[in-house]
Structure formats: C-alpha cells, structure tokens
Design a protein around this ligand. Structure first.
Ligand code: E4P
Ligand code: PEP
Ligand code: MN
Length: 464
C-alpha cells in the first residue's frame, strides 16, 4: 500500500489555504465542496509516486539537452469527450508527432499528454455577455457547464468527482493502449491508416513510417530487436488550478514519506496563477511531482529566479520546467534575458516553448483562433534564442487534437477565417488539428536538426 491516507497527516500540508488563491470558483455551498473533498481523499491515487519520479528523471535528460519534451492535448478536456474514439485519436496524434520528432530529429522524445485531468480553466474575465445577457464564464467541466444558461454556469462541486472519474477512465484506456501494444513502434503505419490518402501531412508521415520500418528491419536482420523499441512511456499532466481538488488528491508516499499530487504525473502552474506569494506556488512547492510554470511576456528574470528558489530549492534536475509563452512577436526580445540569468545562476531547468497562448486572437468571424504561421514563428524564435545562447531548446507544449477540426488558421490545408465555423469544437482555446499537428512536428524536427532557421522553415512550408 504505497500511500498513507490519514487525514491527520494531510491536514498538515494545507499551508496554501492561508494565501490568496487566484482563479478559484465561487462555490455556492462550501459545505458541499468539503464533502466532495472528503470523498476524494478516500479515492485511490490515479498515478504512483514512482512514475512521477521516473518522469522527473526523463525531464532531467531534457534539461541536460539529451531529450525533447512533447507535451500536448486539449486546451480543455470535456466529460463528453471521454470516449474510446476520442482518446485513441488524441493518443495516436501524439504518437505520430513523437515518431516524427524521434526519427526526424534523432532525439529521445518524452511524451506527456494534456490528458486525464485537464478539466479546469483560468479565464481572463469572470463573466461573459451574449445578446445583453451576462453570466459567469465557463471555467472547465470540473467547475461548471459550457452551455450559456444560468443553471449550467453555477459552479457545482459534484463535478470534481466526475473529474476524478473521467480522469480515471481516460487514464485506464491510455494505459491499456500503451501496455497492450498500440504504441509499439511497429504500429507506426497503423496510426496513420485513416489519414494517409486524404492529407499531405499524412502522406509525408507515411514516407517517414516506411523509413522507420526499414530501419527496424535492418536492426532485426542484424540480430538487434531491443524491447525498448516496443515499449513506450506516456505520462499525464494538467494545470494544477483548482486547489481544493489537487490538495484532496495529494498523498504521502509510504516509501519516502514525500508528498505527491497523485492526480497526474506532472502538474503545471498557469500564467494567471504563478504569483510568488500566492496559494498555487505554495501548494506546488509541497508536492514532489515534476512541476511546470508558464512564463508569459511580463515575466522578469528576477521572478524566474524566485520561482526556482521556491519550487526547486534543492536544484533537482527535472523538477522544474519553464514553459515560455511570449508570443511570436516578443519571444526573440524577451526570452534571452530570462535564459541568460537562469543559466548564470546555475539552475538546471528544462526550457519548453508553448507557442499557442501568446498568439491567440479573435478572427473576423468572431472565433478565437491562432495562426499556424505565428505558432511556427514562436517555435522558430525559441530555437534561435537557445541556439544563440548555447542552451537547449527542450520541447514544445501545444494544444492539439486528433480530429479534423477547424480552429486554427493556416497550415497545410491553408484554413482561413471563413472556414472556422465548419468544425469549431473546442470548449476553450483553438487547437491544431491532426494535420496541422503533424506539419508542426515535421517542421520542429527540421529546426531541431539545425537545418531549419525560421525563414528556411517558412520557405519549406510555402513550397510544399
Ligand atoms: O487556456 C486557457 C485560458 O483559459 C484561456 O487562454 C483564457 O482564455 P480567455 O481569454 O477566453 O478567458
Ligand atoms: C491557460 C493556459 O495557458 P496559460 O496559463 O499559459 O495562459 C493553458 O495552457 O490552457
Ligand atoms: Mn489553453
């Protein structure tokens, strides 16, 4: 029995409750919330502390420059999205992107989904107005409903139980796919079956899959068929936003007596909740999972150093990942100073680029969107900065889906604003669809190999 569940022990670790917690729901009935949290505290962990430590070790390799992080998935998972088809299609897209990056860039890829727990959303505005009616904003399925009705928008703590159950069901299927052979590299063609004929990205992928096949056949012919090729690791992550939930899901590991948030392998703190004197940092500082922090364009180098002191005082490589999301127009100006100061201080963090959240805009049609070119440009800027400083561009953090949605403009099919209404299905931010995601993976692999400057990669894209 790896975890102690005594509430006496748990209550010692609630120091975050004395600090201001941004972006928390206005739960109408605090007693109902408390009853839900009491119940969550009795539930089994979704992940095991040892798995979190394994991910820390993988992220340490990223920080040392020996591996690349691919972190991706929905902006907001939904309870309705917990179906075999949708889970398989998200996993498939991540596996295809990882195959492209591993083979195309010759680097081990650490795969982390925004999955099995990404149900809570921070928002820019507390309310939303449509046709003169003002209601509280949607804060993710863990809090309230997306439907624009007064009833749906009331925060309901019962949803936190559904978050746990939906996370468990999703994770169960992900684990089954991973251990049952679906993620075996020998399946590299089958992930593409429903895709290859219809899409240039699918056709390009098919050619790469053939090369992987040849390489595997060559290795087998040489008598080498290492089991590592048939085993894949896949980890889960989400934003640690609703602290009552995350705290109720924290447990002591009986092996080490260390505390872990067992709702996911990795947690990150968002741009809107990373205040140095706030509750989210306090909570994250008390759990041993690998932690990410989003760094937006207002982040100062001193803030970055203070974040390291708070979250990684022992300087454990792999513990802390900085996920920068500056915007394509700002990254080349703002990132160098952060990286320089952090590097000079001697802290070994993993640097990862989120090219989505600094590049959101409202299209002429009223849809919240992102342009594939801006996404690509931010990644290119990220590579340029790290290359010029001699530091490691450690990965990408992206909002993607396995479905053929029309949420971001540009990419291989050159979607335009007028296309967005066709399949705009995101509950929150616009995601890259499957073919845009694969396009991105190919271009990132080129940048990683050093062949792709920003301009060069844009030319490759234009002539395809
Ligand atoms: O994904 C995240 C945030 O919730 C989102 O970017 C905020 O979007 P908003 O400006 O629509 O609230
Ligand atoms: C809210 C998000 O990002 P950020 O905190 O960077 O705005 C997100 O990742 O969905
Ligand atoms: Mn988002």
């Amino acid at each position: 029995m790896p975890f102690a569940t005594s509430t006496d022990v748990l209550s010692r670790e609630e120091s975050w409750r004395t600090l201001p917690a941004a972006q928390q729901p206005d739960w109408p009935d605090p007693d109902a919330l408390e009853r839900v949290c009491d119940e969550l505290r009795t539930y089994p962990p979704l992940v095991f502390a040892g798995e979190c430590d394994n991910l820390t070790a993988r992220l340490a390799a990223v920080a040392r420059g020996e591996a690349f992080l691919l972190q991706g998935g929905d902006c907001a998972e939904t309870f309705d999205g917990v179906s075999a088809g949708q889970i398989r299609s998200k996993l498939k897209t991540m596996l295809q992107m990882a195959a492209v990056l591993t083979f195309g860039a010759s680097v081990p890829v650490v795969k982390v989904g925004r999955i099995a727990g990404q149900y809570s959303k921070p928002r820019s505005q507390p309310t939303e107005t449509r046709d003169g009616v003002t209601l509280p904003t949607y804060r993710g399925d863990s809090v309230n409903g997306l439907a624009f009705t007064a009833e749906a928008r009331v925060p309901d703590p019962q949803r936190l139980l559904r978050m746990y159950n939906s996370s468990a069901a999703t994770l169960n299927l992900v684990r089954a796919f991973i251990s049952g052979g679906y993620a075996d590299l020998r399946e590299v063609h089958s992930w593409n079956q429903d895709f290859v004929r219809t899409s240039p990205a699918g056709q390009r992928y098919e050619r790469l899959a053939e090369e992987i096949d040849s390489a595997l056949s060559f290795m087998r012919a040489c008598g080498v068929d290492p089991t590592e090729l048939h085993r894949t690791e896949f980890y889960t992550s989400h934003e640690a936003l609703i602290l009552d939930y995350e705290c109720a899901m924290s447990r002591l590991d009986s092996r080490s007596n260390d505390r872990y948030d067992v709702s996911a392998h990795m947690l990150w703190i968002g741009e809107r909740t990373r205040q140095l004197d706030g509750a989210h940092l306090e909570f994250a500082s008390k759990v041993n999972n690998p932690i990410g922090v989003k760094l937006g364009p207002t982040t100062t180098a001193d803030e970055a150093l203070s974040l390291i002191d708070r979250l990684d005082p022992k300087r454990v490589p792999g513990r802390l990942t900085f996920i920068t999301r500056m915007g394509a127009e700002k990254i080349r100006d703002l990132l160098p100073r952060l990286v320089e100061k952090v590097t000079a201080e001697g802290a070994q963090v993993a640097w990862v680029c989120d090219p989505m959240h600094g590049n959101t805009f409202t299209a002429s049609t009223g849809h919240k969107t992102r342009s594939f070119d801006a996404v690509l440009d931010e990644v290119a800027g990220f590579f340029e900065v790290h290359r010029s400083l001699g530091t490691h561009p450690g990965g990408i953090h992206v909002e993607i889906t396995g479905d053929d949605v029309t949420e971001c403009v540009g990419g291989g099919h050159a979607l335009v604003a007028e296309d967005l209404h066709q399949r705009y299905e995101s509950a929150c931010d616009p995601r890259l669809n499957r073919s845009q995601s694969l396009d991105l993976a190919f271009l990132v692999a080129e940048m990683y190999r050093g062949r792709g400057t920003a301009a060069g990669v844009r030319t490759v894209q234009a002539v395809r």
